[in-house]
Write a protein that binds this ligand. Sequence first.
Ligand code: NAD
Length: 248
Amino acid sequence: MKFSGNNVLVTGSSRGIGSEIAKTLAGFGLKVWINYRTGAKEADAVKETIEEAGGKAAVIGFDVSDEQAFIDAIKTIIDSDGELSYLVNNAGITKDKLALRMKTDDFMSVINANLTSCFIGCRESMKVMRKKKFGAVVNISSIIGETGNAGQTNYAASKGGVIAMTKSFAIEAATSGIRYNSVTPGFIATEMTTILSDDIKDSINAKIPMKRMGKAKEVAEATAFLLSDYSSYITGETLKVNGGMNMA
Ligand code: NAD
């Protein structure tokens, strides 16, 4: 894949899908800024892996739901590299509970971590990317943002919001040379899904036409495509990476 830009910030990239995205983009020659909130050691390990493979990486710890911290992080990147070409808003959390038992705080904390943080990242990156009239952003949403799910009203609302918000940013930024797209993973084998019981995993796999969970690497490659020059006429799109679930 071909990339005209030089560097990328991947939020929540000390583990899971984010770390695969970081390693994949470094493999295509980008300098990757690895963000973590609590996993400093894991973030360092991702950096080491990238550097051992001949790639470029830096670690930047901050909480994406802290607006000032996100703004300061982008400033640090600009001060260091003189630009930010790409952003992947990947950091996300779940706090599952049936709606009748869900406290408003549990709802809002997931909205803040998954949607508000993504808004801040999209807005702040637009401010710097428009100066060069070049940039691409990928927001990691979820199949749950398309379908809804019992026990996940907060998560579904946040991820559905990400899809709609991405389209709005895409429209506003199109003439500034910045593309905004979403990826909606189905069920991907990471720490977020290892907590599910084997029974639940079996029943999920039965509903997937490809009869297996996805790999983080498969989400990473779709993300790389949407950042790359190979998708230069694609913006406001939602790319499903789900083994054929929810084909409508
Ligand atoms: P994960 O829990 O393994 O990793 C999430 C990462 O985000 C962690 O490194 C975590 O520390 C970080 N993070 C969370 N809140 C943060 C914050 N406030 N500031 C900075 N970092 C923060 O999860 P994952 O499975 O790798 O998921 C990555 C993304 O993909 C999430 O947005 C998730 O909603 C989405 N997703 C995952 C699946 C799946 O099946 N695993 C499916 C659809 C969508």
